[in-house]
Structure formats: structure tokens, C-alpha cells
Design a protein around this ligand. Sequence first.
Ligand SMILES: Cc1cc2nc3c(=O)[nH]c(=O)nc-3n(C[C@H](O)[C@H](O)[C@H](O)COP(=O)(O)O)c2cc1C
Length: 286
Amino acid sequence: MKKILLSVLALVMLAGCATTPTTPETTPTPSVQPTAPADAETGATSDATTSASIVVDELVKEYTPKGFTDAEVEKVLFVVGDPRHNSVTWDLANTAMAYFEEKGMEVELRDLYAMNFNPVLSVENFYYAKDGAGEPTTEIKAEQELVKAADHIIFVYPNWHDSEIAIVKGYKEEVFAKKFAYQDSESGLEGLLKDKSIYTIMNCGYLGGGRGWIGDGIIDTETWDKYMNAFDVFDQDTAAFWGVTSYGRYVNDRTPANTSENYAEELKELEDNLITHLDKVYFSKN
Ligand SMILES: Cc1cc2nc3c(=O)[nH]c(=O)nc-3n(C[C@H](O)[C@H](O)[C@H](O)COP(=O)(O)O)c2cc1C
């Protein structure tokens, strides 16, 4: 009898195992199932999990700008931080770089991930960044020469936790050091990078839905303007610090979804919208 009971118990336990789900019930299920091809580098498949869109191979436009020369033409320095070259952020960077060259300006690109730029301000370089004490490293000096040569500086990155990606933040901390970008004066801090402009191109996932700058919200215009005005406070403050003019930002919160049937058209619409914005900011001011 005991043997029979034990056999029944074993059978019940086996049956239980067979129906026990292998994944815990608490594992979140993406609301949209990925249908796009997997990103070879990251394995990401859909904006359902990361909100990052993947530009399919045939639509990726790699663009290598010609760089700065001694020619007397306006110069635009692009500082780009984004790990994936098939991202929407890079699509925006490439679109903008091509546009400036088309307009006769010179473009120099600093692809911070490709350069393996170290964004962590080390203890050795701390007093150089903070007080301008001593000399910059060779790498930082080279970046400063490019900043000096530039008329316009454009930062391009995805929004990570409501601000710039760390690699771009680190670039600012290390390159725009005291006595290079600003100095003490009798009336307080004085910006040293006069006659230059700064501008930002930022791709986002959750800012209320909009495309452009203040006043360009589409879905939740109140939330959009709240964020854009907040970014404007930081942009203006940084500009005042460095002595430059802030030309504002182009912010995209309408990334084409990987699942979109009209992906190519939507991407083109986004690129055209960026060009309209650049045209307004840089070329049709008067
Ligand atoms: C670590 C991390 C933090 C993020 N934080 C924000 C955020 O605070 N606000 C936001 O709108 N999007 C946020 N996102 C979404 C990204 O902005 C979005 O994935 C990105 O713009 C996609 O651009 P890409 O296709 O060029 O990579 C975050 C993404 C990551 C990976």
C-alpha cells in the first residue's frame, strides 16, 4: 500500500513539473512583439523593449565628412555619442553633416565611441578641468584645437535618463576646461569661446511626442514644452558659461517604429523635418 501511495505521489509531482512554467509569472512581456530583424551588434529587435529604432541595412546612410581645412569657410564640428551606427540618432547626424557640406560649410566629425573616448574625468586631470591648472593631455588638446577652429559645434546623442549620453557629457567635462572655455574675471566668469554657436540634436523615447523644439509638440504638447523649456535653461546656461550662442535643439520623439509598414517614408519625413529646422536656424535667420 505504502509503495502504491509513493508511486501516485511521484506521478503527481512529475505532472506538476510538466505544467510548471519555465519563466516566472512576473517576467514582463513586451507589449509589441518584435518583428524587425535583430541588430547584429546588440541583439535588440524592437523598440518595444528599448524604444530604440533600428534602421534596416538598405536605409543606413554612412556619411564621412571631409573634415576641416585652412579654407576661409564656416566650420561645423559634430560631436556624436551613440553606440549603434544603424540608429536613428546616427541617421540624424549623417543627414545634418551631409546638409552642411552641401551648403558649402566644412564638417569635422568626432565619433566618440569609435575614438574610444574615455568620458571619466580622472583624478590626474581633475585640476586641469576645474582650474585650468597644468596642461591638457595630448588627446584633449587635439579636441580643443578642433573646437577653436569651429564656428559651430553640434552635439548629437540619444536622451538617456533625461540628459545627454555619458560619453558626450564626459567630452564636455574634459574638453571645455577652465582657462580654455571660460575664466575668472572681475565681474564673475567670462566665456572665452566667443563668436561660436552650440546646437544639439537629440533623439528620445518618452517626451510627450513631438519633433523640433519649443512649440513643436504633437501628442502631449504641454509635456513636450515642459521638457523643451527645461533643456533650454541648460543650453542657455552652458552657452553663457562658454561665451557662445545657443541655437537651441532639434529633438525627435517620433522615431519610426520598427514595426511600421511605412518605415522608409517615416524616416525620410524625419530627415526632411530636421533639414527644415537646420535651415531655419542656420541659413534663414534674416
Ligand atoms: C539607458 C537609457 C535611458 C533612457 N532614458 C530615456 C529618457 O530619460 N527619456 C527618453 O525620452 N528616452 C530615454 N531612453 C530612450 C532613448 O532615448 C531611445 O532609445 C533613443 O532615443 C533611441 O535612439 P537611437 O535609435 O538613435 O538609439 C533611454 C534609453 C536608454 C538606453
